[in-house]
Design a protein around this ligand. Structure first.
Ligand code: AMP
Length: 175
């Protein structure tokens, strides 16, 4: 099974010039979704980690299922003002806009090794912000797994420059 066949590409969404890689078509196929989760789980086994964190909201879809398989705690990195208790917060630039992500101050403990999972990496801004949240919390970044890598946008290279270990399931060029 080639997971690429299950990604729908939508031109000019959410704005002109962006080719949106839509994962809804993947997760709405139970065999493709299960295959995708199993592949992420297999890849996770080459990382040393004790917690999984994911970025709202598409990251949650994949990471919570992998946490279940890996039998590891799942930490939510959420958009601003969504978490009810005390938070750490990081502002960052998106491919199409600006955003803030937050984590509860007590979610990640000193020396936790946190594997970060998201649906897609483009410029890497979101992933870098997620890594900052882990570091502000005194945890360590165990690495990253993405379902899709838009390799022309250089996000993975950016993370590798920070010496983070990065794995992807699917690669697409361009935006
Ligand atoms: P970035 O911070 O530039 O790496 O952007 C990554 C985040 O933006 C991911 O969480 C994606 O969900 C979303 N994203 C950015 N570009 C695209 C795209 N072309 N298609 C689908 N999602 C995208």
């Amino acid at each position: 099974m080639d997971l690429k066949d299950y990604i729908r590409s939508i031109p000019d969404y959410p704005k002109k010039g962006i080719l949106f890689r839509d994962i809804t078509t993947l997760i709405e196929d139970e065999k493709a979704f299960a295959h995708c989760i199993n592949l992420i789980f297999q890849k996770s086994q080459s990382f040393s980690f004790n917690k999984i964190a994911a970025i709202e909201s598409r990251g949650f879809v994949f990471a919570s299922a992998v946490s279940y398989l890996a039998k590891k705690p799942f930490v939510m990195l959420r958009k601003k003002n969504k978490l009810p208790s005390e938070t750490h917060s990081v502002d960052f630039e998106l491919e199409y806009g600006k955003a803030t992500i937050e984590v509860h101050k007590d979610s990640i403990k000193k020396n936790d090794k946190v594997l970060i999972i998201d649906d897609l990496i483009a410029t890497g801004g979101t992933a870098e912000a997620a890594a900052k949240l882990v570091n502000i919390s005194d945890g360590n970044v165990a690495g990253f797994i993405f379902v899709i890598n838009l390799f022309d946008l250089g996000g993975c290279d950016k993370l590798k420059k920070h010496t983070y270990k990065v794995e992807n399931l699917i690669e697409f060029p361009g935006h």
